[in-house]
Ligand binder design. Structure first.
Ligand code: GLN
Length: 440
């Protein structure tokens, strides 16, 4: 597949032909990465996760409850990419409301991993990553609340980047956990990720958490020869399986051979990551999803009273995992439990942030696994707690608001990709991309 960088040099006519070819190929593919072929604007086609508003499109967060909803406005990230020679083309499959790690909870059915169709592509941005890996998208947008860009990128062998919290506007991104969500690129290589990141980033007065200072563009300014100090977290790696440990050890060696300084560290608070994340994310999700009541958006269930309207619409419209999280979120926020769970989790979140900051006082980047294994088989994670555990390496980065990039570094004996991530300090995307380019 042509890269984003190359595609940006093509004429209008060539791009129109490219889009037609892409659509034909995507329709013939059996991996179920696209859930719609809407298009909007002119230019290089970018596949859009089904939770980002493109004006006039059906945008459903892969949920039954949003069937029939048409986006009345445009996300700022979409507006921004349209001003840089790109367009929105196609809706990518995802876990319902971005809650999941496998793309198995979509209303539209499972997306398959193009490297082995008996395996999941990861999630929740599984459609975006699988399409780029299968050569049926040039590049895609995903969203990352606890790993949903980086983990599917790792499982599918492509590049996925989560910007610093506040760097890309969340205006027009369906909210899952507002203090953690970020939109970011999924691409074939590091340079394309920088191009798409440059295009979507920037201050936006419509998002009150958007950082109000601009940073220079990165794609034309990357330095792969920069020598960096990279921390490896020794106690992080012990829980990963053999494939990941081997890829990790090999990468550390090649980083040293390339002239980077590798320093060994341990982190004490990693054992709290999953509990902290699943308390805060579900609390925010319960609050955010309260707006889906059958009155304002999408599907409306049969009912005689208003109470019944809310009850029936939500009972019929939300899937099992979403309901589980709404219940959990309301539980941790309820009086009597608020102090014990929600408030405590907020405090631990600060400890996690402080621990990262201490490492960044001495180091430019951290190298870490993205997931403890390669992509699992479809249906393998029946137990939700097991699924939550697979987020152990990605969620702390969202709790700390840091930027990170997932890079394909190896394949295991069965040909399944292994990804590792680089993590940088807040708003230091420049160093993140310099390090990523040197690893490519
Ligand atoms: N797997 C995590 C969750 O289910 C992360 C999802 C995401 O980043 N959207 O919450």
């Amino acid at each position: 597949m042509i890269t984003l960088k190359e595609a940006l040099t093509k004429s209008k006519e060539e791009l129109a032909q490219l889009r037609a070819e892409l659509e034909e190929k995507a329709k013939a593919s059996d991996i179920n990465a696209y859930v719609g072929f809407e298009s909007s604007g002119e230019g290089v086609p970018i596949l859009i996760k089904d939770n980002i508003q493109v004006k006039g499109w059906s945008v459903t967060s892969a949920s039954k409850i949003l069937q029939g909803y048409i986006a009345p406005y445009e996300a700022t990230a979409i507006k921004n990419l349209k001003s840089k020679g790109m367009m929105a083309f196609g809706r990518a499959n995802m876990d319902e409301f971005a809650m999941g790690s496998t793309t198995e909870s979509s209303f539209y059915g499972i997306t398959k991993n193009p490297h082995d169709t008996s395996r999941v592509p990861g999630g929740s941005s599984g459609g975006s990553a699988a399409a780029v890996a299968a050569g049926i998208a040039i590049a895609a947008l995903g969203s990352d609340t606890g790993g949903s860009i980086r983990q599917p990128a790792a499982y599918c062998g492509v590049v996925g980047m989560k910007p610093t919290y506040g760097r890309v506007s969340r205006y027009g991104l369906a909210a899952y956990a507002s203090s953690l969500d970020q939109i970011g690129p999924i691409t074939q290589n590091v340079e394309d990720a920088a191009i798409l990141y440059d295009a979507i980033k920037g201050h936006d007065e419509k998002d009150s958490t958007s950082a109000d200072f601009e940073i220079e563009d990165i794609a034309n300014n990357m330095d792969p020869d920069r020598k960096l100090t990279i921390a490896v977290i020794d106690n992080y790696i012990s829980e990963a399986d053999e494939d990941v440990q081997k890829a990790y050890a090999d990468t550390v060696k090649s980083l040293e051979a390339a002239g980077h300084t590798v320093v060994h560290k341990n982190m004490q608070n990693t054992k709290y990551d999953i509990a902290t994340y699943y308390i805060l994310a579900t609390a925010e999700a319960a609050t955010n999803l309260a707006r889906f009541d059958g009155v304002r958006y999408g599907a409306r269930a049969e009912s005689n009273t208003t109470e019944e309207l809310f009850f029936n619409t939500r009972s019929e419209g939300f899937g099992e995992e979403v309901k589980r999280r709404i219940l959990l979120g309301n539980f941790v926020l309820s009086s009597g439990f608020y102090d014990a769970y929600y408030l405590k989790a907020q405090k631990v979140r600060h400890l996690i942030q402080d621990e990262f900051n201490a490492i960044f006082d001495e180091c430019d980047l951290i190298l870490s696994p993205v997931a403890p294994s390669v992509a699992p088989k479809i249906g393998a994670n029946e137990d939700p707690l097991e699924m939550y555990k697979s987020d152990m390496y990605t969620i702390a980065i969202n709790l700390a608001g840091l930027p990170a990039i997932s890079l394909p570094v190896a394949k295991n004996d069965e040909g399944m990709p292994v990804g590792l991530q680089l993590i940088a300090k807040k708003f230091d995307e420049k160093t993140l991309f310099d390090g990523a380019l040197s690893m490519e």
